[in-house]
Design a protein around this ligand. Sequence first.
Ligand code: HEM
Length: 415
Amino acid sequence: MAPSAIPRLPDSTLAFRREGYTFISTRCDRLGTDLFATRLLLRPVVCLRGAEAAGTFYDPLNFTRENAVPRSAQHLLQDEGSVQTLTGLAHHRRKRLFIDQLTDRSEERLAERFAAAFDAALSRPDCRRFVLDTEVRAVLTEAALRWAGLEAAPAIVQQRSEEFGLMVDKAGSLGPPNWKARRRRVTTERWAAEQIARLREDGAGEDSASPAAAVALHRDDHGQLLPEPVAAVELLNLLRPVVAVGRFMAFAVVALIQRPLWRARLAEGSAEDELLFSQEVRRYFPFFPLVGGTALRRFAWRGHEFDAGDMALLDLYGTNHDSRVWRDPESFDPDRFRGWNSDPNTLIPQGGGDVVTGHRCPGEGATLGLISSAARVVGEHPEFEARIQDLTIDLRHMPAAPRSGVVLTRRQTPT
Ligand code: HEM
């Protein structure tokens, strides 16, 4: 790492694990800077925060994800050979696959499937309690499998839902819990590879327009089908994140419980209100704390020279809560998005920059549609209430979640 004038802190591994989501922004605020150097897990890193930093970090010429994501997380999330590990033209072509499957129409179909299934689950007379954190995963898994054009028998849904849940929950953990989730993932990858093989054998048949078939039949720059394990990983990269949206849904319900006026407002079905609300859920609540990158070349930013190979961490949560951009950032206020200028680097729970050329998440539209659907369906079921529960969110814990879970309980009707 080239010398520079930026603040340099001693090893921060323990402090990071102790403080979690606010680790980078607390130090940036204290030091009056948007970047500082330290060591984490024995590696020198530069921590970055804010919209300008996001612009630099998501310039595809500046950073790759290679060697920047701990193996414990990478194996549970995007995995080896996936779009996230690629750069340049190879990345561009693979990214097209995702963008083409996540059109507005396709995202609507996914949200409609989910909304219908969630509504059906809450409408069942024997549904007295709905434990959002876990039960919504099964609903999402079924919606994702059907949307992708895959079989969704109850046993398959149950198994995949548990596996996807583990991948998301244990990505931030180390040691035995992480190893256990990685062992379970082997089963998921085997299942995904079987789906790819079947779709290739059938020439995808009737399903040739489905997202799963598009992955199976995708060809790389040289006109070759993806190796089966890579296609399996990319299929999981379409399915797992859909199920991960369940955590945003749990947060959305926390917001509705704490702000009943918004629950009533969303039940009225205004698409604009749904969008404002879902954007604020993505901004306000903690999901991924940060994302790591390895410098691809020598370049300077704010007086610091990065050398090729240097590692940087961009603070996603801190940028979403940056008071220079967001007025009163610690208050939940969907109306702040009325007339928002859509700056790609200020609201970055799913990455910044350009979705086509960089690593920005291609699933933002799908995420917004799913959060909106969940909030609307909960709004349409006033017979469900939230009994006393501890909805505090501990930002030191990654991934963060409401302390007691989120449970909806059917009101007792007078007999
Ligand atoms: C990339 C977060 C939903 C598919 C990313 C990145 C983040 C993220 C932070 C950027 C990583 C980086 O900079 O390297 C999330 C969150 C979601 C979500 C918080 C909601 C809970 C989705 C959905 C899909 C999806 C619904 C697809 C159906 C992907 C893919 C990439 C990605 C394929 C890799 C893009 C690339 O490397 O070019 N996501 N995502 N995500 N996301 Fe999402």
